[in-house]
Design a protein around this ligand. Structure first.
Ligand SMILES: *Cc1c(COP(=O)(O)O)cnc(C)c1O
Length: 352
């Protein structure tokens, strides 16, 4: 038996939201699409319908492409925006910087990142402006994209005003604003605003809209608001091995999530489980919540001995995100009893 399997009485732990399975709305939509016999590569009615649902959701004429994962979504947007001498301004803890194995420079040869460290994994306009200006003109790389993550890698959320301020600095410097929305649904649920208000109306040019971590089988949507980025995007998907042959099964997943609002309901649930977990952390001796809990992650300062005991007992959580601490990630299927069981185990194990 694998050592990484939890004891039978631990049903769901808090390692990541991609540990969770696939929600029923997605399976149902996949079965419905399975009944059809339609062309491949996105020239089918399911893909057209899913793209239409995105245009309704965002209240604008955006272009939408489906890819298999978030690394590709981010990298393809960057590749569409950049020449080989360009650079991407991002946070030092961003997925683009720390978790994509140099994919931006692979998809867009020559392109590099310019990471900035600032509190709560949120970029600040003044820092972006400084990095953009302090370049040795032709001798340095030229910043072309500002990439922010919503919700951030530390589970915090940008307000529309913060996004707009970044967009203003980016656009004034001749740059485009990209949003890595691997947890976009959790951010929208947290803000309780329309998807349009937190994206293109706030100046976002392109969004990587995450599906997988919100209960989908394996799809992310690239939503292009700025027509500049649309040229030959489908070719880029094909070239990078991201153009699904049976595209309807990617599209169907989005139809299942968007048509009845499950994308938001599932994210709301994950957020509310995180809120419940954060509210109970003070009961655990020596434990303390590290950052504002705004989406579905709770970062906790846990005594090292307790973290080890929890790990031996079978609980899983990351210790290596950003400046550290235990990252407890809730998912669409986390239950109150999962949270309560974690807290009661931690409280017992914290006893000397
Ligand atoms: C998970 C994640 C992604 C996407 O990762 P893939 O494994 O490539 O799908 C992108 N950005 C952030 C912030 C993430 O947490």
């Amino acid at each position: 038996m694998s050592a990484s399997l939890p004891p039978a009485d631990i049903r769901r732990h808090f390692g990541s939201d991609n540990y969770a399975g696939v929600c029923p709305e997605v399976w149902e939509a996949l079965h419905a699409a399975d009944a059809d016999h339609v062309p491949g590569y996105g020239d089918d009615p399911h893909t057209a319908r899913a793209q239409g649902l995105f245009r309704e959701l965002f209240e604008t004429d955006c272009e939408v492409h489906f890819v298999f994962n978030g690394t590709a979504a981010n990298s393809l947007v960057i590749a569409a925006a950049c020449e080989p001498f360009h650079a991407v301004i991002c946070h030092a803890f961003s997925h683009v910087e720390t978790d994509e194995s140099n994919a931006p420079g692979f998809f867009a040869h020559g392109v590099r990142t310019l990471p900035i460290d600032s509190p709560f994994a949120k970029l600040l306009p003044a820092d972006v402006d400084r990095v953009c200006r302090n370049r040795r003109d032709i001798h340095a790389s030229a910043p072309r994209v500002v990439s922010l993550t919503q919700a951030t890698e530390l589970g915090t959320v940008y307000r529309p005003g913060e996004i707009r301020a970044l967009a203003e600095v980016a656009h004034a410097g001749g740059m485009l604003l990209h949003m890595d929305g691997a947890r976009f649904a959790n951010a929208v649920a947290s803000l309780d605003l329309s998807p349009a208000d937190v994206t293109w109306r706030a100046g976002v040019d392109a969004l990587s809209f995450g599906g997988t971590k919100n209960g989908m089988l394996g799809t992310e949507a690239v939503v292009l608001f700025n027509p500049e980025l649309r040229r030959a995007f489908k070719r880029r998907c094909k070239q990078s091995g991201q153009l699904a042959s049976k595209m309807r099964f990617q599209a169907a997943q989005w139809i299942g999530m968007l048509s009845g609002g499950a994308w938001l309901a599932r994210a709301r649930h994950a957020n509310s489980m995180a809120a419940h977990l954060a509210s109970r952390i003070p009961e655990i001796p020596g434990a303390r919540v590290l950052y504002p809990r705004e989406a579905n992650a709770v970062f906790v300062d846990l005594p090292a001995a307790l973290a080890e005991r929890l790990w031996s007992r079978g609980w899983r959580f990351y210790n290596d995100v950003g400046p550290g601490g235990a990252r407890l990630m809730c998912a669409w299927n986390t239950s109150r009893s999962d949270v309560d069981q974690f807290v009661s185990d931690a409280t017992l194990l914290a006893a000397p």
